[in-house]
Each structure stands twice: as structure tokens, then as C-alpha cells.
Design a binder for this molecule. Structure first.
Ligand SMILES: Nc1ncnc2c1ncn2[C@@H]1O[C@H](COP(=O)(O)OP(=O)(O)OP(=O)(O)O)[C@@H](O)[C@H]1O
Length: 617
């Protein structure tokens, strides 16, 4: 079931607003304009006499709708019946010629009264205005800075139906308002037809917004949204017309149809609002733009004044009677005037309830705060203190652990640097020893006899063999002249045949020759004869593996004095132990080679034995 009388049938919207007042009937007044010159010219007679109690007279026309809450004044009636005239008065007779106050329209009179009240009260009031027309079911902003273009009608809970992007202009004087009014009127769509030379072809809504706050104190929610406060809406409906009577054709006829359709929708809503039973149900305010924008006025939340305008002419009597029936129905519609929702305009009872709730909340929060106070006595206070101590303790622990981790990290870094240095030194030593060993083996193989103790063989440093081969014969050491193993020469393939010949003594290629300490291989052995490998020269499997092994880059050094629970990852890789093992193995190998060399008889005169060449490094 939809909310009673809610324009859009949304109950939540009604709940958001303040409490409703007593049901108030829509005020309807009748205004009969005098016979026009055209009517008199046509010889038409006046059909209405404003006398006695049978006819409501214009004398009851209010001096101005007193703006409180949301007020709507709208005029309705046949075309040419004087609706625009009633609201705005006669058009200006010329530049600077003021309209006599006695002829002023409702808008001028209302605004004059309003300004007077504002000045009298001395209250800071902001006045704004918007002005729109509904032409052929399109809403157009008459105060827009650009061209007239259709604007969408939206709806939300707080505002109800509203026109999006409608310009709202601030004004502060009657003259300023009249300027806005004239600007809007000049842009309003009007045409001439048989019954009215300046017939309005659109419904227009002039809305004045009255707020008690200055814009700085309370800016609107969005630029297009009118400020919170009172609202006065003046609606000048386009006149209903019989197309046959007005002789409208083409565009005029289309306009007339649109006007009549929207007036029909308005009449339908009013009929439904009249019936208390049907008022409970859905009111089709959405059927037209006009009913949407008048929904608040008719639906029950504002004060509404309807001015029925009729022509006295007998020629217009059927339309006049229709207007009177319309007015009669409308005055039975009741509304429940409601102040616009405002942050400061809450009801006293609601404020009192809120205050009590806030007091209770305040008391509860104070109690909770007391419970959290460490100085407070009792179990809760002790718990809080315990929690605080624990937190402090945890913080201290974190700090200590942080410090410990920092120290550990620094130790690991220095250990790593130390190990790297050690690895470097060991690498150099291994390198030198390998060279020494290979040179010695080669000399031994060539049977060159004992060699003088060349410095390069006596000590690891300087690493003369590590220098690039600059001598013409690259198999001799460029510094000391000691011969190098043939594979130690980077250009051995080019120089070896010249230096040593394609074959070494014995008719066997040098690379295939066995060193003298190698036991003769068995003829049945599949490996014999074969290309010599490093292992042939070193004769030690471990050494061969180590020499062919790729350099291991340690991920981290071992911890010399590492804590027992240190992660294995932090203890480092096997690079240094490998090098140390290689070094040790090389030393052993060199020693054993020397020993074997010494135990064998010298192969020829002047030949050097490896034992003589290579002292233990
Ligand atoms: N009270 C009045 N006194 C003198 N002239 C009036 C009065 N009311 C209306 N008129 C004149 O009657 C003519 C039609 O008035 P008006 O344009 O206000 O009618 P309307 O109902 O707004 O017409 P429409 O619906 O076609 O726009 C105008 O020339 C206007 O000056």
C-alpha cells in the first residue's frame, strides 16, 4: 500500500519530513476580469455579475499570499480569461512607466509584503528565484543564460520532484524581481489566436525561495539546489481551449493538445485527491510534468491558493461553467501543510527525545571511560593496568629483539667479508699450486733435469705465470724463462708444432704421452692409448674432480662462532672448504709427485726432476 497522498507513493519520504498539520482545504478564489475591448467590439454581453453571495468576487483576492512554509498560488481558466494578468498585472506600458499599485499582480503584491516583513524583522534573509515553463511537455529554464533547452525532472526522497540544473538566481529588491519576471515572460512561448493576441502556450512556474541563513552559513547541497526555507510558487497555467473556438492549426493545435492533456492530468489528480477512499491509493502525479511539479502543492504538504479566472463574456459561458466546476472540486481538496525539513527546524518533542538519548549515551561513555582509567579501583582497573603493562612489555621485547637482530646481521656481514677474503687468498694459492704442479709435471715429462730454483716455482707470489704470454715462445715463462705446460699456453695450438714438433720424443703426441710415473697401461685396456686428461697428469681422482669443478660462489660464509641455533642457510656455502680441500690435495699431490720423481732414475743427462723443481709450497 502506498503512502496516503504521497506524490510519488513513497512512504519513506513522508516519514523524513516533519509532522503533518491539520487537513486544510485548498483555497479557491474566483476572479472575473472586465469585458475586454475585443469582446465589446464583438458585441458580446457580460454573463457574470459580481453581486450578492452567488458569485465570489475579486474583492476577496488576498493582498498577497503570506509566505510561510510552502505556498503555491496558481491560476487556471479558459484561454484569455486573465490568468497571466492576475499574477503579473498588466504589461509595462513603456520604458520607465511604472504599473500603478492598484493594478499590480499577485506576484508584485506578495513580494512587496514579503520585503516589508523582512525589513521589519531585520532578519538575515536570502531571496532567490527560479522561473520555468512547461512547453509541449518539456521543462525549460526561463532564466537560463543560454538558449532554452529541455531540462529533466527528477525525484528524490528529500526534495520530491525537482528540475535538474534549474538556475536559481538571488535577488534583493522588487525591481530585481520584476526584471527577472520580465526576462522570463519575454522568453515564454506565446502566440496569437482568436481569443487572445498574447496567448501563453506554456505553463510557467515562478518560485521564490526564502531562507533565513545566508549562503555562507548554509550553502546548498549542490549549486542547483534551492536553500532550505520557505517557498512560494506562482503557477500560471496555460489556458484550456477548444481548438474549434480558437481556430488553432498546425503548431498552435499541437500546443493546444499538449496544454489540454496536461490540464486533464491535473484535473484527474484533483479528482482522486477529492475522494477520501481513492486518496488512500496511488495518485498519478507522474502522468505529466505539470502534475509532477505541482505534486507537493496538491499532494498535501503546502498551502495552496487557486485562482479561477473567467471571462464574463456569454460567448465563453460553457468554458466559464467548466472552470467553475473545476474550482468547486479543487476547493474540496485538502492538504496537510508541513514546514520544509530543516536541520534547525526540528520539533521540540523530537529534540527533547534526542537530548535524552544523547545524555544517556554521554553517561554510558563516561562510565566506560572510568573503567579504562588505570587509577580506577577494582578488577576492571587492574585488568586495564595489566593490559597496559603487557603492551609496554611487548614493546620492550620488540625493541630488544630488534637490537639483537641488528647485531647478528652485522656479525654475519663481517663474517661474510672475512670469508670472502680468505676465499680469495686460497683461490690464488690454489691457482699457483696448480700451475706449479703442471709445470713440474711437464718438465719431468720432458726430462729436462733439475732446474734452477726459479722464483716463480719457489713461491706463490709473484704469480708470473698468470701474466699474459708476451714472449715469442709462449711455452716459456715470460719472466723467468721456465717452460710452461703446453696447455698453459693460450696459443699452444699455433706454437706447439714449431716449438716442440708435432710429436714429442717417442713418436707419440705430447698430449698422449704418459708421464714417467704413470704405470704402463694394459694393452687390453680400452682406455689405452687415449687422450690425456688432467687426471692423467695429476693421477688423483680427487684432484681431477677439483680441477674440473666449477668455481663455487658461496652464498654466505660459515659462521666461525655462530650460535648453535643459527639457520643453516646463514652458515654459508662450501666454497671456502672446497678451496681449502683443493689446496690441501694439491699440496699432497705435489709432494707425492716429487717423491715419485726422486725415486726414479734420471731419464737423461741434464734432465730435471719434478722433485728438484718443485719445492713443497
Ligand atoms: N483584470 C483585468 N483587467 C483588465 N484587463 C484584463 C484583466 N485580466 C485580463 N485582462 C486582459 O485580457 C487579456 C487576456 O489576459 P491574459 O493574457 O492574462 O489571459 P490568459 O488567461 O493568461 O490567457 P492565455 O491562457 O491565453 O495565456 C489581456 O489583454 C489582458 O490585458
Amino acid at each position: 500500500m502506498e503512502e496516503r497522498g504521497s506524490p510519488d507513493g513513497d512512504p519513506s519520504r513522508s516519514l523524513e519530513q516533519g509532522s503533518e498539520g491539520p487537513e486544510t482545504p485548498i483555497q479557491v478564489v474566483l476572479r472575473v476580469r472586465p469585458m475586454s475591448a475585443a469582446e465589446l467590439r464583438r458585441g458580446e454581453q457580460s454573463a457574470l455579475h459580481c453581486s450578492g453571495t452567488r458569485t465570489l468576487q475579486s474583492a476577496h483576492l488576498p493582498q498577497g499570499a503570506r509566505p510561510s512554509l510552502s505556498c503555491t498560488v496558481f491560476t487556471f481558466g479558459q484561454t484569455g480569461s486573465g490568468k497571466t494578468y492576475t499574477l503579473t498585472g498588466p504589461p509595462p506600458q513603456g520604458e520607465g512607466v511604472p504599473v500603478p499599485p492598484s493594478l499590480a499582480g499577485i506576484i508584485q503584491r506578495t513580494f512587496a509584503w514579503l520585503l516589508d516583513r523582512v525589513q521589519h524583522l531585520g532578519a538575515p534573509v536570502t531571496l532567490r528565484a527560479s522561473y520555468l515553463e512547461i512547453y509541449n511537455e518539456q521543462v525549460r529554464d526561463l532564466l537560463s543564460l543560454g538558449s532554452l533547452r529541455p531540462l529533466p525532472v527528477r525525484w528524490n526522497k528529500t526534495r520530491g520532484f525537482y528540475v535538474e540544473q534549474l538556475r536559481v538566481v538571488e535577488f534583493g529588491s522588487l525591481e530585481a524581481l520584476m526584471e527577472l519576471l520580465q526576462m522570463g515572460l519575454s522568453r515564454r512561448k506565446s502566440s496569437a489566436h482568436t481569443l487572445n493576441q498574447t496567448s501563453s502556450r506554456s505553463h510557467v512556474l515562478l518560485t521564490l525561495y526564502i531562507s533565513h541563513q545566508t549562503p555562507q552559513q548554509m550553502p546548498p547541497v549542490d549549486p542547483g539546489e534551492p536553500p532550505v526555507g520557505g517557498k512560494l510558487c506562482f503557477v500560471d497555467l496555460a489556458g484550456s481551449e477548444k481548438v474549434t473556438a480558437t481556430g488553432s492549426r498546425g503548431e498552435l493545435m499541437l500546443e493546444a493538445n499538449s496544454i489540454n492533456r496536461s490540464l486533464l492530468a491535473l484535473g484527474h489528480c484533483i479528482s482522486l485527491l477529492l475522494d477520501p477512499q481513492r486518496k488512500q491509493s496511488h495518485i498519478p502525479f507522474r502522468d505529466s510534468k505539470l502534475t509532477k511539479l505541482l505534486a507537493d502543492s496538491l499532494g498535501g504538504n503546502g498551502v495552496t491558493l487557486m485562482v479561477a479566472c473567467v471571462s464574463p463574456s456569454a460567448h465563453c459561458l460553457p468554458e466559464t461553467l467548466s472552470t467553475l466546476r473545476y474550482a468547486s472540486r479543487a476547493q474540496r481538496v485538502t492538504t496537510r501543510p508541513l514546514a520544509p525539513k530543516s536541520p534547525v527546524a526540528k520539533q521540540p518533542q523530537r529534540l527533547e527525545t534526542e537530548m535524552l538519548q544523547l545524555r544517556e549515551e554521554n553517561r554510558r561513555l563516561r562510565f566506560q571511560l572510568d573503567q579504562m582509567d588505570p587509577k580506577a579501583s577494582g578488577l576492571s582497573g587492574a585488568r586495564v593496568a595489566w593490559a597496559q603493562r603487557n603492551l609496554y612489555g611487548m614493546l620492550q621485547e620488540f625493541m630488544l629483539e630488534n637490537e639483537r637482530l641488528r647485531k647478528e646481521k652485522s656479525q654475519l656481514q663481517s663474517s661474510r667479508d672475512l670469508a670472502r677474503n680468505e676465499q680469495h687468498v686460497l683461490s690464488q694459492q690454489v691457482h699457483e699450486l696448480e700451475r706449479c704442479l703442471l709445470s713440474a709435471s711437464y718438465l719431468h715429462q720432458l726430462d729436462l733435469g733439475p732446474a734452477p730454483p726459479y722464483p716463480c716455482f719457489m713461491a706463490p707470489a709473484p704469480p708470473c705465470h698468470a701474466l699474459p704470454p708476451v714472449c715469442p715462445c709462449c711455452h716459456l715463462c715470460p719472466l723467468c724463462g721456465a717452460p710452461l705446460a703446453h696447455w698453459a699456453c693460450p696459443r699452444r695450438e699455433r706454437h706447439l708444432p714449431q716449438a716442440l714438433g708435432p710429436e714429442a720424443p717417442g713418436g707419440m703426441p705430447l698430449s698422449a704421452r704418459l708421464p714417467p710415473w704413470v704405470p704402463p697401461c694394459s694393452p687390453s685396456s680400452a682406455k689405452c692409448p687415449r687422450e690425456r686428461s688432467h687426471s692423467d697428469w695429476t693421477q688423483t681422482q680427487v684432484l681431477a674432480e677439483m680441477l674440473t669443478e666449477e668455481e663455487v660462489v658461496p652464498s654466505a660464509p660459515p659462521l666461525p662462532m655462530g650460535p648453535p641455533n643459527t639457520s643453516p642457510v646463514l652458515r654459508g656455502g662450501a666454497g671456502v672448504p672446497n678451496l681449502a680441500r683443493r689446496l690441501e690435495a694439491l699440496r699432497d699431490q705435489i709432494g707425492s709427485s716429487l717423491r715419485r720423481g726422486r725415486s726414479q732414475p734420471p731419464p737423461s743427462k741434464g734432465a730435471r726432476s719434478p722433485g728438484q723443481v718443485l719445492p713443497p709450497c
